[in-house]
Design a protein around this ligand. Structure first.
Ligand code: PMV
Length: 321
C-alpha cells in the first residue's frame, strides 16, 4: 500500500475550450488559454492498494457517477491496478461552472501516479489529466497556460504549456457566484450537442486559433484591454454557439446579464474589467489587482458571493503528508 496527496487549483479559460475532436481521449477541437487561480483548491489523497475501490468527496462516499469517473481515470493509469481509495475535498462548489473538474483531475493525476510509484514529468501529467477532464491539463501549470491542440492520434502532444508565471502580471479574477447548484447539462454533453446541432459550431472552431494568438500577444505585452477584448469575444462566441444548439443550451441566469452590465459600467468609469462565463451562470471578471476591491463592490449586489482570486500555482504534491 502506497499513498500520496496532491493539491491543485482551478483554472479559468480566457480563450475557451468548447468542442472535442476525440471524445474518448478528450482531444480538443480548439486551442485555449487559461489563468490558474489561487484561493480555490482541491486536495486529493490516493491510497494505492486497499481491499476495494472507494471514493470519498468532502468526507462522504461520492455519488456513483463521480466515483466512476475517478475509478475509470485510475484504470487509465494502470489497467491492472489494485483497488484504491481516493479521498478528495474542495473548498469551493463542485460542478457549478467553477472549474472543479479541472482542479480535481489535476490533483488526482499527481496523487495517483505518485501513489502508483510513477514519476511522470509535468507535461505527461498534463496529457494524462486531460483524459479525466479536458481543462484539467491546464491546471498542471501555474499562471497563464496554453492548451495545445496537438496532432498525434494518441493525444500525447495535446497538453498544457506555460506562457507566463503567476508573478508575471498583477491581475485578479473576481468570481461572482450566482448559483451554487450543479449544472443541468455537463460540459461533454453540451460540447457534443453543439458539435452536432449548432450551425455556428464551424465558425466557432475556425475562429478560435486567431483568438489564442491575439491573447498570447496581449499577455506578452501585459495589455489588459487587448486581452479583455479577445476574452469577451471568445466567451460570447462560445455561448452563442451553444445557444444555437438544438435543443438550445443556455447556462445564464438573469443575474449573469446584470453582472455583465455592471462590468460594462465599470469600463465606462475607466476600470479595465472584462467578463467571462463557463458552463454555468457564474461571472468571472479579469481586472488589475489594484482595482479588484472596486470590482468586488460593484458585483456584490448581484451575486450570492464574490471571491477575489489571484493567479495561482500549478498542481503539486502536498509535502505535508
Ligand atoms: O474540462 P471540461 O470538460 O469541464 O470543459 C470545460 C469547458 C469550459 O469551462 C466551458 C471552457 C474552458 O475552456 O474551461
Amino acid at each position: 500500500m502506497k499513498t500520496a496527496t496532491a493539491i491543485a487549483h482551478p483554472n479559468i479559460a480566457l480563450v475557451k475550450y468548447w468542442g472535442k475532436r476525440d471524445t474518448a481521449l478528450n482531444l480538443p477541437a480548439v486551442p485555449s488559454i487559461s489563468l490558474t487561480l489561487d484561493g480555490f483548491r482541491t486536495r486529493t489523497q490516493v491510497i494505492w492498494g486497499v481491499e476495494e475501490d472507494a471514493v470519498h468527496h468532502d468526507g462522504q462516499p461520492a455519488a456513483a457517477a463521480f466515483a466512476k469517473r475517478v475509478t475509470d481515470f485510475l484504470d487509465i493509469i494502470d489497467p491492472n491496478r489494485p483497488p484504491c481509495m481516493v479521498l478528495t475535498e474542495n473548498n469551493f462548489p463542485v460542478g457549478a461552472g467553477l472549474a472543479s473538474s479541472a482542479s480535481g483531475f489535476a490533483a488526482l493525476a499527481v496523487a495517483a501516479t505518485r501513489a502508483a510509484g510513477r514519476t511522470d514529468d509535468r507535461t505527461a501529467l498534463s496529457a494524462l489529466a486531460r483524459q479525466g477532464s479536458g481543462s484539467a491539463c491546464r491546471s498542471l501549470f501555474g499562471g497563464f497556460v496554453e492548451w495545445k491542440l496537438g496532432s498525434r492520434p494518441d493525444g500525447r502532444d495535446s497538453h498544457g504549456v506555460p506562457i507566463a508565471q503567476r508573478s508575471y502580471w498583477e491581475v485578479a479574477m473576481v468570481v461572482a457566484v450566482v448559483n451554487e447548484g450543479p449544472k443541468a447539462v455537463g460540459s461533454t454533453d453540451g460540447m457534443e450537442a453543439s458539435r452536432h446541432t449548432s450551425p455556428y459550431y464551424k465558425g466557432w472552431v475556425d475562429s478560435a486559433p486567431a483568438d489564442v494568438e491575439a491573447a498570447k500577444d496581449a499577455i506578452y505585452d501585459r495589455d489588459l484591454d487587448a486581452l479583455g477584448r479577445v476574452m469577451e469575444h471568445s466567451t460570447l462566441k462560445m455561448h452563442a454557439c451553444m445557444m444555437a444548439a438544438n435543443p438550445p443550451l443556455l447556462y445564464w441566469m438573469p443575474a449573469t446579464l446584470a453582472l455583465m452590465a455592471e462590468v460594462r459600467e465599470l469600463r465606462a468609469s475607466g476600470i479595465s474589467a472584462w467578463a467571462t462565463m463557463d458552463a454555468g451562470p457564474q461571472v468571472k471578471v479579469l481586472c488589475r489587482r489594484k482595482d479588484a476591491d472596486r470590482v468586488r463592490e460593484a458585483l456584490t449586489p448581484h451575486a450570492r458571493s464574490v471571491h477575489v482570486l489571484r493567479p495561482g500555482a500549478g498542481a503539486r504534491l502536498d509535502e505535508e503528508e
